[in-house]
Ligand binder design. Structure first.
Ligand code: UD1
Length: 421
């Protein structure tokens, strides 16, 4: 298993590009199950989760070719002949659940392994299933699999999510675009990745309105065609590199990202003392010779502070010049990184969904273990800010979601080495 050796102390400086968003690429790839014509996707990040999704779609019979050097995916022929997402793939990537909606909509049948729990909590999919039933699907769960069918075409319905769910919204969108009649989906997730999927679907012939709001109206159509589409930039990757600039007291510019995707995290970086500037598709922070100030964080659905940035901001708060609190309101158990950060010198106490960060800490390199994707990112950030060497084990989590992580950070002056194992 590969490890990363991070030698701390470098002050990051320079410019790097932002890759396509993992969380937009995955549902858009799943949406290829709905298409009848060849399609080209651009800015598809080369990540383990993306290759897992490609594998899943190939297993279903789709003819795809991926050119990672160009971040281009060609969907040659999108007709599936096998409607199963098996446990072996789903257990490595929970987001596989997003094939359920499109399979049901186009083929009237799907067999998808239940994702089960994961490092950050139980993460049920009950809301996806309930909403699909409202669209007319019959669903039963047996032997750890979801067996879903819709003998006649799915039918539009009025659906109100009792809780905001990102992949749930995506599943229902993909199901409703080919349903008979109109669907209204209320309390929908407004995450930019949901918006990107909706825009993709519309470009392929769907009729979705209310995009970007919490009420999506979908008029079912008979078929989606194909075309060209460029995936949205990854706001979480962008935010992670900006925090890297802050915790190393450097100067970092990121390109290819609209700052409007990160309004709340950027405000927090400013509150932490960073000097920010931005254009339509770039953001730059300057933290040289400045004191890092603590910022209180409370995670919420978009446009609130993203839970996927909570771990990274905890690193910033650990070395800030005062105390802070981080409240995790989306997932029940998303503080796995705290023990490892404390082992590196942080002073963070947990009280239920609240992390209390004392601040004034100095990170010192240690051997640590990555537990999930964003927790791994926080260990890299702590390693960059630390004195000495940090050896991070189980970095396959990082490879799921950060494209060329060590290459990008090393380009900014970091010292990160991949140790093949
Ligand atoms: C997506 C993102 C993930 C991000 C999360 C929250 C992808 C591939 N992943 O995950 O990176 O951290 O949104 O922004 O886009 N819930 C239920 N029942 C359901 C569905 C969800 O109770 O049927 C709960 C979850 O347990 C959680 C909350 O709703 O507490 C939000 O989860 P959800 O938005 O569904 O997260 P994901 O879509 O899995």
């Amino acid at each position: 298993m590969d490890k990363l050796l991070v030698t701390g102390g470098a002050c990051l400086n320079g410019t790097i590009p932002i890759s396509g968003a993992k969380n937009a690429a995955l549902p858009i790839l799943a949406a290829s199950l709905l298409l009848t014509k060849p399609t080209q996707l651009h800015r598809v990040p080369h990540l383990r989760d993306v290759t897992t999704m490609i594998q899943l779609l190939r297993n279903m019979g789709l003819d795809l070719s991926y050119t990672p050097e160009k971040n281009r995916l060609d969907i040659h022929h999108a007709t599936a002949n096998h409607f199963v997402a098996n446990y072996d793939l789903v257990k490595t990537m929970r987001a596989s659940i997003v094939v359920l909606g499109p399979l049901l909509a186009r083929y009237g049948q799907a067999e998808v392994s239940l994702p089960g729990g994961c490092a950050i909590g139980s993460r049920p999919v009950d809301l996806h299933l309930k909403a699909l039933e409202q669209l007319g699907a019959q669903i039963r769960i047996e032997h750890g699999y979801i067996y879903a069918s819709a003998k006649n075409r799915l039918r539009g319905a009025d659906i109100v999510f009792e809780k905001i769910t990102v992949t749930g919204t995506e599943n229902i969108l993909m199901a409703a675009v080919l349903a008979k009649g109109n669907t209204r989906l209320q309390n929908a997730a407004r995450e930019p990745e949901v918006t990107d999927l909706a825009q993709f679907l519309n470009k392929m012939g769907a009729k979705i309105s209310g995009i970007g709001t919490d009420t999506l109206e979908i008029e079912g159509v008979d078929e989606l065609t194909g075309g060209d589409y460029t995936i949205l930039a990854d706001r979480i990757e962008a935010g992670t590199y900006l925090v890297a600039g802050v915790v190393t007291q450097g100067q970092v510019k990121i390109e290819g990202i609209n700052p409007d995707l990160l309004t709340v995290p950027l405000q927090k970086l400013q509150d932490a003392g960073a000097v920010l500037s931005h254009g339509d598709d770039w953001i730059s922070i300057d933290m040289r010779n400045k004191t890092i100030k603590p910022v209180d964080i409370s995670t919420a659905p978009y446009p609130g502070f993203p839970t996927d940035m909570q771990a990274q901001f905890m690193v910033l708060n650990a070395i800030a010049n005062g105390p802070s609190t981080l409240s995790e309101n989306i997932f029940e158990n998303r503080f796995m990184h705290v023990n490892e950060l404390n082992r590196m010198g942080a002073n963070i106490h947990l009280n239920g969904h609240l992390a209390i960060c004392k601040g004034h800490s100095t990170f010192v390199g240690a051997s640590v273990m990555a537990t999930d994707l964003r927790a791994s990112a926080s260990l890299i950030l702590a390693g960059l800010a630390a004195k000495g060497d940090t050896l991070i084990d189980r970095i396959y989590h990082l490879d799921r979601g950060y494209e060329m992580l060590e290459k990008k950070l090393n380009h900014l002056g970091a010292h990160i080495q991949r140790i093949k194992g």
